[in-house]
Design a protein around this ligand. Sequence first.
Ligand code: SF4
Length: 326
Amino acid sequence: MSHPLLQIKDLSVEFHTDGTVVQAVAGVDLEVHAGEIVAVVGESGSGKTVTAMSVLRLIREPPASVRAGTLAFRGQDLRSLSRRELRAIRGGPVGMIFQDPMTALNPVLSIGDQIAEAVQLHQAKRDRRAARARAVELLAMVGVPDPAHRARQYPHEFSGGMRQRAMIAMAIANDPDLIIADEPTTALDVTIQAQVLQLIQRAQRETGAATVLITHDLGIVAELADRVVVMYAGRVVETAGVLELFARPRHPYTLGLLGSLPRMDTEAERLDPIPGNPPNMADPPPGCPFHPRCAIARDNCRTDRPALLPIGDGRSSACHFHEELA
Ligand code: SF4
């Protein structure tokens, strides 16, 4: 297998507030290879966004403390980079798409100026005029109608879906090797969601960029991902190719997530959400963190934490009883 484009080993992130330590991420390993789409899924609070944000050192330290055995992009140690060097990576070889583009866009700069700025920051040889022209071209590419006119407008003049298109234009402006998309469609209504997803898929195909797609929506995962990393309580609990994961989940949490999906192939309309709530990460349960919600938990689950281990076919599971699920 090729050398990974992004390599995370043993990532842990703690937040220290008011004398409390919240272990948001604990010992996460993640590898992304060139051109692949890896979905990181889990309920809110599972640590998926914190993991992705740690890659580009977007977690404020303090109050957080981020530790990792390896945190490398194209073989380069991201922890050793200066702020300037990190800025050169963000929006350049690594494009980012956030859930709420309003927080990522500057409200007092026109959309065209913001995209042009992103282009110039990473392609110094383009003058202002060429960067503006490229911004209009990018807006056209992501399906913004009348792009020359819209480029002169401000973020508040764009709808949610159009703002997300502008963010995607910015993310692909410098031909990235990696796109990190954090819940890119969660804030959008269903019709716009489908359009934005198609656009991300097209952007990924056209740039050939690997993509880390963070989502709680397994419908999106089924549509876009090659490989899936399931997170629960700050840990990876299962990894598998997308088809294998949907066909034969090997962790009860994954099974629960799939059980809460609406089915088109049965008459049953009932959804079976996973009972209970994710644990309080300031005081996680001993043993397997999923045991209070797990239908097949046994005594040792309450005391022995299962490690994430390979289970064949390039898959891994952190469940003492993954074989029973097979
Ligand atoms: Fe359930 Fe035990 Fe497996 Fe944890 S280790 S997921 S509690 S069966």
